[in-house]
Design a protein around this ligand. Sequence first.
Ligand SMILES: Cc1cc2nc3c(=O)[nH]c(=O)nc-3n(C[C@H](O)[C@H](O)[C@H](O)COP(=O)(O)OP(=O)(O)OC[C@H]3O[C@@H](n4cnc5c(N)ncnc54)[C@H](O)[C@@H]3O)c2cc1C
Length: 179
Amino acid sequence: MSTPPRVLVVGAGAAGSAAAVRLARAGAVEVMVVGAEPRMPYNRTTVNKGLLAGAVADDDITLSDLDELPVQWLLGRRATALDAVRRSVKLDGGATINADAIVLATGAHPRTLPASVAPAIGDRVVSLRTAEDTHRLRHLHLRAYDQADHRRLAAPWRHRTSGTRQPGRPPLRRRTARR
Ligand SMILES: Cc1cc2nc3c(=O)[nH]c(=O)nc-3n(C[C@H](O)[C@H](O)[C@H](O)COP(=O)(O)OP(=O)(O)OC[C@H]3O[C@@H](n4cnc5c(N)ncnc54)[C@H](O)[C@@H]3O)c2cc1C
């Protein structure tokens, strides 16, 4: 029995997983997907909505029925080079995968700040593209909130005399001496 042709899909986003699903359902081919993100394909449109707000859990955004299909998932691996003539893809770590056909579905990447600016800002700038980004952003937000709260507790007079209203608190009134 001859081995079925192999299709390698690079990128496990909506496009890559849709291609893999269609090919696997059609049968007669071996399907392999290489994805740089460490998780099964998920609905990216939830990243800046339900997931960031904490209204949906990580597990609930995974695209459905993917486990049931005969697709080999190589996740958390990045393709680093394509040899279109030999029809092979090199992965980080050095392995090479040969295929009869290769689908490139690598999507888009956020533009990052120039190297000259980035170190000064450190980890306070976060792109919002992946599910992992939402965790980083939520962590930063909570850290900033904690720091603001510590500052308020350490120097309460600043907040008392500033006359500015704290969110969620009633306006502060000046104390007047009783007669
Ligand atoms: C925050 C956010 C919210 C959005 N909301 C909406 C919405 O409400 N409605 C709407 O219509 N669209 C929305 N979009 C757009 C929509 O998500 C994209 O159009 C869609 O994700 C594109 O799918 P894709 O598979 O082409 O690319 P991507 O989603 O970018 O997936 C590409 C995948 O390939 C992987 N990859 C890249 N390079 C390599 C490599 N060298 N090796 C291995 N893997 C690699 C990436 O890690 C990624 O997982 C939103 C996008 C974002 C970022």
